[in-house]
Write a protein that binds this ligand. Sequence first.
Ligand code: NAP
Length: 333
Amino acid sequence: MENRQVLIDSLPDEKLSTDNYKLVTTEAPVPGDGEVLCRTLLTTVAAGSRAGLQGSASYAGAPQTNIVMNSHGVARIEASNSDSLKVGDLVTCPTGWQDYSVHAAKHCQLVSDDIDLAHYLGALGTNGLTAYFGLLRVGEPREGQTVLISAAAGSVGHMVGQIAAIKGCRTVGTTSTDEKCGLLMRDLGYDAAVSYRSPDFRADLKAACPDGIDIYFDNTGGEVLGAALFRMNEHGRIVCCGVVSQYDTSHPSGGPKGVPGLLVNKRIRMQGFLVFDYLKDYDKARAEMKDWIKSGELKPVNDTVEGLENAPDAFVNLLGGGNVGTRIIKIAD
Ligand SMILES: NC(=O)c1ccc[n+]([C@@H]2O[C@H](COP(=O)([O-])OP(=O)(O)OC[C@H]3O[C@@H](n4cnc5c(N)ncnc54)[C@H](OP(=O)(O)O)[C@@H]3O)[C@@H](O)[C@H]2O)c1
C-alpha cells in the first residue's frame, strides 16, 4: 500500500516557503505487537510548528530535516495488533502530514463521531485546550472585565474570544486587516477589533479599550504586546501563550519596553504556560467545551483545505494570516 508523506526537506532561512517541503511516496508501515495502522483523515496546520522549525519551541527539540512534518490528526484504524482498538475505530494520534502511520495503541485516543470530527483537532484538540486553560487558569477572567486577544481570528484566538464572552467579559481582538476586523465583530462575536498594521494602531487600541485592559491573551508578542502593556489596568494579567510575530524569521526582535517597570508599578502578572501543564484536567475541559458547542454558546470555526499535497502551501498561507479558525487538512473521507 502506498503512503504519501510530506517531508521537511530544508529548514527555512527567514520566511517559510513551500520549497522547504517535499512530497514523497513510500510503502505504508506495518504495525508490530500492540500497534495499530492509522489512515489519516484530517490533520492540523498549527502556527506553533513554525517555532519548532525555528528551534525556539523547547518541547519540540532541535529542528530536523528528512522527517515527516509533525502534526496531530484524526485517523481510522486500518489494521490492529491490539486488544484495545479494532479496525474501523476512529482515533486522534500524532499522524504527521502523511496518509498512513503506525502507533502504539496506547498513544491513540478513541473518539466518537457524535460531533464533527474536525472539532477533535480544534475546540477539543490542543488549541481549544490552550484557549481554555490559558484564559481560565492563567487569565482568571471575571465578569465585566476587558480581555484583549491577539491573532484573534486564529485557531486559539477565536476560541479565547468566545470563552471570554461566555464568562461575561468584553472582548477586543487584534488582527492584520480591516476586513478581518469586520469579520471578528460580525462572525466571531468580538465587541471591538483593531488592526495591528494600522499606522494609528496604538491610538485605535486605546479607543477600543476605554476602561483599559484587564487580561491580555498574547498569541503574538511583538508590536501588539508592546502596545498592550501600556494599556493594562492595575493587577492585570498577561497570558503569554505564543510569539507568532517572531516565528517566521531567523532574526526575532527583542522584547517590549516597559518590562519590568510597568509590571512593578501596576502589579501586573505576566505568565507563560504550556497546555501540557494541564494534562490531568483535559477530560474535564473537553466535556465543558463539548457542552458549550452543543448548546451553541461556542461556535468553533474549522478552516479546511483539501489534499495532503496542499499542506505546505496552507502553512505558508496561515503564517501570512490566511486562516480564520483552525486550519485543517482533509486527506481522506
Ligand atoms: N502555550 C501553548 O501551550 C500553546 C499551544 C498551542 C498554540 N500556542 C500558540 O498560540 C498562538 C496561535 O496559534 P494558532 O495555532 O492558533 O495559530 P493561528 O492564530 O491560527 O494562526 C497564526 C495567526 O498569526 C497571525 N500572525 C502572523 N504573523 C503575525 C505577526 N507578525 N504579528 C501578529 N500576528 C501575526 C495571523 O493572523 P493575522 O491576520 O491576525 O495576522 C495568523 O492567522 C501561537 O503563538 C502558538 O505558538 C501555544
